[in-house]
Design a protein around this ligand. Structure first.
Ligand code: ATP
Length: 198
C-alpha cells in the first residue's frame, strides 16, 4: 500500500561523501516512486541523445544560466568540465505543487544557503533537514575506498570536507541525524522520519 507523508515539505539529505546518501535516496525513490521525486537540474551542457528536456535536465544557454544566477534563482550551482549545473528554487516549488515530496542531496554550503534563505519571510521551500552520519571516520574512509570511484587525491579532499560536514552537524542544525551503520536499519529510520506526523 502506498504510504502518504503527512506533509510535502522537501527533504534535504546531507552528509559526507561516501556515507550512503545516494544509496538511501535511491531506496526511497524505488520503494515509493509515486511519492518522492529527485529534482531536475538546469545545465548549460548539450543534451545527449535520448535526454528529454524537463526530465533529464532543463537545458539552457550560458547567458540564460547567468541571468538566472543574477536573479537568485538557484539554491546551489557549480561548474564541472566547463558546464554549469544548478538546482532552481522554482523547480522545487513546482514539483512540490505537483504533488511530490522533493528529495535534495545537498552539500554543506548549499544547505547553509538554503537555511539562510529559509529564515527570510518570503521563503517558499522550507525543507526538513536530515544528516546521514557514518558509524566512524574510519568506516567512512573504507566506504569511499570500497566504492572505487575516486583516486587518492579525491579521497583525501572528500575526507577533509567530511570533517567540516561532521562538525557542522554537531551544531544541531538538522531535524534528524541518522547513523548509517546497518543500511536496513538506517533506511527504516529514514522512512519513519519521512512519514511521521509533523
Ligand atoms: N550501511 C552501509 N554499510 C556499508 N556500506 C554502505 C552502507 N551504505 C552505503 N554503503 C556503500 O558505501 C558507498 C558510498 O555510498 P553512496 O555512494 O551512497 O554515498 P554518498 O553519500 O551518496 O556519496 P557522494 O556524496 O560522494 O555521492 C557505496 O559503495 C555504498 O554501497
Amino acid at each position: 500500500m502506498a504510504r502518504v507523508p503527512t506533509e510535502r515539505r522537501p527533504i534535504v539529505i546531507s552528509g559526507p561523501s561516501g556515507v550512503g546518501k545516494g544509496t538511501l535516496f535511491q531506496r526511497l525513490l524505488d520503494k515509493y516512486p509515486d511519492t518522492f521525486a529527485s529534482t531536475v537540474s538546469h545545465t548549460t551542457r548539450q543534451p545527449r541523445p535520448g535526454e528529454v528536456e524537463g526530465s533529464a535536465y532543463y537545458f539552457v544557454s550560458r547567458d540564460q544560466f547567468e541571468s538566472l544566477i543574477a536573479g537568485g534563482a538557484f539554491i546551489e550551482f557549480a561548474e564541472f568540465n566547463g558546464n554549469l549545473y544548478g538546482t532552481s528554487k522554482q523547480t522545487i516549488i513546482d514539483q512540490t505543487a505537483g504533488g511530490s515530496v522533493v528529495l535534495l542531496d545537498i552539500e554543506m554550503k548549499g544547505a547553509k544557503q538554503l537555511k539562510q534563505a529559509q529564515s527570510k519571510a518570503d521563503s517558499q521551500i522550507n525543507p526538513r533537514y536530515i544528516f546521514i552520519k557514518p558509524p566512524s571516520f574510519e568506516a567512512l574512509e573504507a566506504r569511499l575506498r570500497g566504492r572505487g570511484t575516486e583516486d587518492e587525491g579525491s579521497i583525501q579532499k572528500r575526507l577533509t570536507q567530511a570533517k567540516a560536514e561532521l562538525a557542522y552537524a554537531e551544531t544541531g542544525v538538522h531535524d534528524k541525524v541518522i547513523i548509517n551503520d546497518d543500511l536496513d536499519k538506517a533506511f527504516r529510520e529514514l522512512e519513519d522520519f519521512v512519514f511521521k506526523q509533523p
